[in-house]
Design a protein around this ligand. Sequence first.
Ligand code: NAD
Length: 478
Amino acid sequence: ITRAEKVAAAAPPTTDRAVIEQRVARARRAADAGVPRPVEWREAQLKALRAMVLENRERFEQALWTDLRKNATEAQVTELSQVVAEVDHALKNLRSWMKPQRASLPLVLQPASARLEAEPLGTVLVIAPWNYPVQLLLVPVLGAIAAGNAVVLKPSEITPHVSALLAELVPQHLDPDAVQIVEGGVEETTALLEHRFDHIVFTGNGTVGRVVMRAAAEHLTPVTLELGGKSPLWFDDDAHLEEAARRFAWAKYLNAGQTCIAPDYVLTTPERVGPLAAAIERAIEALYGDAGTSPDFGRIVSPKQFDRTAAYIAQGEVLVGGQTQREDLFIAPTVLRMEQPADPAAERTEATTPAVLREEIFAPILPIVPVADVDAAIAYIRADEKPLALYVFTADDAVREALIARTSSGAVVDGAAILQAAAPTVPFGGVGESGMGSYHGQTSFERFSHRKPVVTKPYAPETLRMIMPPFSAAKRAI
Ligand code: NAD
């Protein structure tokens, strides 16, 4: 039995509607009763979540291997240790984040004082995708817990082994009232979205993001949307060939290219295309040897994703890789040379541009688009939606600053890729079509809190008379 058959035959997880109702109601009741508010509860839950990950590390690694053929070390680096680092950061800083912030007041209001209390929102729904199915679920969850909320978790149905493991472990380790998990796909998520939540975090594609936001609007529920897009990479003529190629080959081919912040495509000058492709080929060899047999290289998650993405290979000139094996859901690390666009600023339509340059790729396929210079690259980037990330490889400060100033993206990384997601101190999120609202670290805490001003005014001296009727010329002059 092949990988493709095994994946296709796996029954997706489901949850009965009645069970969904019960679980949502239970989380809400806990929130209403104030269960998740005390700092002690938050700290205990954060520690329990950390223990859940650490004690079951091998089971998580196994589930990620089964669903995505994610190497155990990669699973550790990009999923499990991310969760642990976020928990540790939150535990270390939680009490200081929770302190009311003082706000100063203008002289006319004095004497008076104001503080901004961090109030939990209530119940937070977290809907996760399949590509990093552990950390993209648990990092928002731990932020919501740190901010004192009840949480309902919805893992992706496309990674059923990870989903089943979480469904087993979450009720064992976390508060059985305030933290609820619901497995399932479209039907279950649709049922969940009928309920009123106090915040929804959705990570996935923009089409479903719109479905989520529409459902949220019904209840005036605020949303955080972590979406995708085509993250460009500018490779300048003066950028270091070997080191740059190895860094971005790693970022691109990680998880078989199924990373929301992977470099989607490269922009460089026509002369650099050949040498760059050769350097990427050497980098691929150094990283994986033979990717087809390497235990370090992942697989495409499903036959559906395989068919969509394998079709991209024929849309450019194959400079590196290009091999595929459907039974194994394998696509080799691939580099494509694309035609130089006549007008980089032109709108890219079905008639003018192949799909690989219009759609988010989400596979180990890297098109290189030749452009005349950095101005053309900026025009090309600006002609598309705002991406989740922009990667810059240049030795020229003016070029780097021009790219930063004249384009908009969720984040910029200079000299590397994907590192922006690895630090709890750096807010993570998109802008425009790549999403709204960011999280990680204290940004999560603020995202899942309401900063409630509490203004206190003593009765004496009674300065408010100065602005009350009866009015007079003297009062008007104040
Ligand atoms: P997806 O949008 O298909 O699914 C995400 C979640 O939504 C899943 O839990 C799924 O069950 C649910 N869902 C799917 N269709 C639904 C519907 N019609 N109604 C209600 N719920 C529905 O996303 P995906 O394919 O799992 O993930 C890939 C996408 O996610 C890519 O676009 C990628 O860029 C993006 N992504 C973004 C980030 C980020 O942090 N910004 C991270 C990872 C992935």
